[in-house]
Design a protein around this ligand. Structure first.
Ligand code: SAM
Ligand code: SF4
Ligand code: SF4
Length: 385
């Protein structure tokens, strides 16, 4: 039986107006939301288009030739994105991630990367700047991205078997081309750490029980010892078009159990506060983590919600600020930008929105009343991962 397609609810044109508060931020100078979570990461979507049709994200049946993407005039310009990012840095953001759609489809992305990599924290330190890509254009672009100042990259790859991968991207894209892209990123020095390991080169695999469960062990075998980190992501109920069912979610605990049938693993501490992945290291014959063998991670967005320290804000392609991946509406930052608001006014307005944030969708997921319609949510391809 084919999966049921839920009609697309288009949330893109409804934004909450943002206002400049008359009494800006108070407190100890650290911006915190209603649950005392600071603002640390900003994910910036640079396009809502993609050349893949992963059925958990942009199913072909919805994102077909009739689908209307945002017109170019609606998108934030590179100058607007950089200005907004600078304001966010002033409010505590230390990590910027470019995403999409497929970010490498945005023309001249290197120019934006050059601008963002020049930003500094108030202490004069560089920011952590990274990008998530499906890897299809990486072979062509890795050198230019590195030259422009990109430090790290995350490549999404849902299988190492060509037939499985082609079916998952649903545009018959060969796995060999993504692997070439990963090699090009490595050769360009993306993700290289001070110890000569490619710890900033991450590979993300979304696991759908019915589709690519059999790829978990082959993927681990392929990347073990490469210096890259492989992370398994639970399939999430983002958007309203992917026909998500709990039965399709493979809990991370099962992923770890499966990996342990072949590899000795030791748990590792989180590398940063608010880190979404639980880390496991490959062990040596004495049972100690061997950094040369590398690590794996699991992101349990469904079975072990991590809303309690979620410190991420998201900026959509046309400048709406979203406080949660599952939010129904965004705050219209572009409106304010284009009304000639000053940086101070932008900061005060963003600060106020963050201070009022109370989102924790994943923690509440299980409390939805059966039979009630699912809340309205934006699509992952529009807001980015
Ligand atoms: N196109 C780029 C890519 O695929 O890496 C960037 C955008 S994509 C929306 C960002 C991340 O979201 C990818 O790693 C993708 O696998 C993940 N993603 C998309 N839909 C998802 C879902 N339903 N559940 C879990 N992860 C999802
Ligand atoms: Fe495109 Fe990334 Fe979504 Fe796949 S996950 S359809 S590559 S935006
Ligand atoms: Fe953050 Fe929302 Fe995800 Fe919770 S559900 S971790 S608040 S994005």
């Amino acid at each position: 039986m084919s999966e049921r397609i839920i009609p697309l609810l288009d949330q893109r044109h409804q934004g909450l107006a943002m206002k400049v508060p008359t009494n800006p931020m108070t407190g100890d100078g650290v911006l915190r939301d209603q649950r005392h979570r600071p603002l640390h990461d900003l994910r910036i979507s640079v396009t809502d288009r993609c050349n893949f049709r992963c059925n958990y994200c942009m199913p072909k049946e919805v994102f077909d030739s009739h689908y209307t993407y945002l017109p170019h005039s609606d998108l934030l310009s590179f100058e607007e994105i950089t200005r907004v990012a600078r304001v966010f840095v002033g409010l505590g953001v230390r990590k910027l991630r470019l995403t999409g759609g497929e970010p490498l489809l945005r023309k001249n992305l290197e120019v934006l990367i050059e601008q963002l990599s020049a930003l500094k924290t108030p202490q004069g330190k560089p920011l952590d700047l990274t990008l998530t890509t499906n890897g299809s254009l990486l072979k062509r672009k890795a050198q230019d991205l590195r030259r422009a100042g990109l430090q790290r990259v995350t490549v999404s790859l849902d299988g190492i078997d060509d037939a499985v991968f082609r079916a998952m991207n649903d545009v018959d894209f060969p796995v060999a081309d993504v692997l070439d892209g990963i090699e090009a990123a490595r050769a360009a020095g993306l993700g290289l750490d001070a110890h000569g390991r490619f710890s900033g080169l991450k590979i993300n695999m979304v696991v759908k029980r019915t589709t690519n469960l059999d790829q978990i062990l082959p993927m681990a075998r392929h990347f073990r010892g490469s210096g890259m980190t492989l992370r398994f992501i639970e399939y999430m109920d983002v958007g309203t078009t992917n026909g998500w069912r709990m039965d399709d979610v493979l809990p991370s605990a099962e992923v770890i159990r499966l990996l342990q049938t072949e590899f000795a693993l030791v748990p590792l501490e989180p590398s940063a506060p608010g880190e979404t992945a639980q880390r496991w290291g490959y062990a040596d014959t004495q049972g100690r983590h061997d950094p040369a063998l590398g690590e794996v991670g699991v992101i349990s967005s469904v079975t072990q919600a991590f809303c309690h320290d979620c410190n991420r804000a998201r900026l959509s392609t046309e400048g709406k600020l979203y406080l949660c991946l599952f939010a129904g509406q965004g705050h219209d930052l572009r409106g304010l930008l284009r009304q000639d608001a000053s940086d101070e006014q932008l900061a005060a307005a963003i600060g106020q929105v963050w201070q009022q944030r109370d989102d924790r969708y994943s923690e509440l997921r299980g409390q939805q009343t059966p039979g009630q319609p699912a809340p309205r949510r934006v699509e992952m391809s529009y807001i980015g991962g």
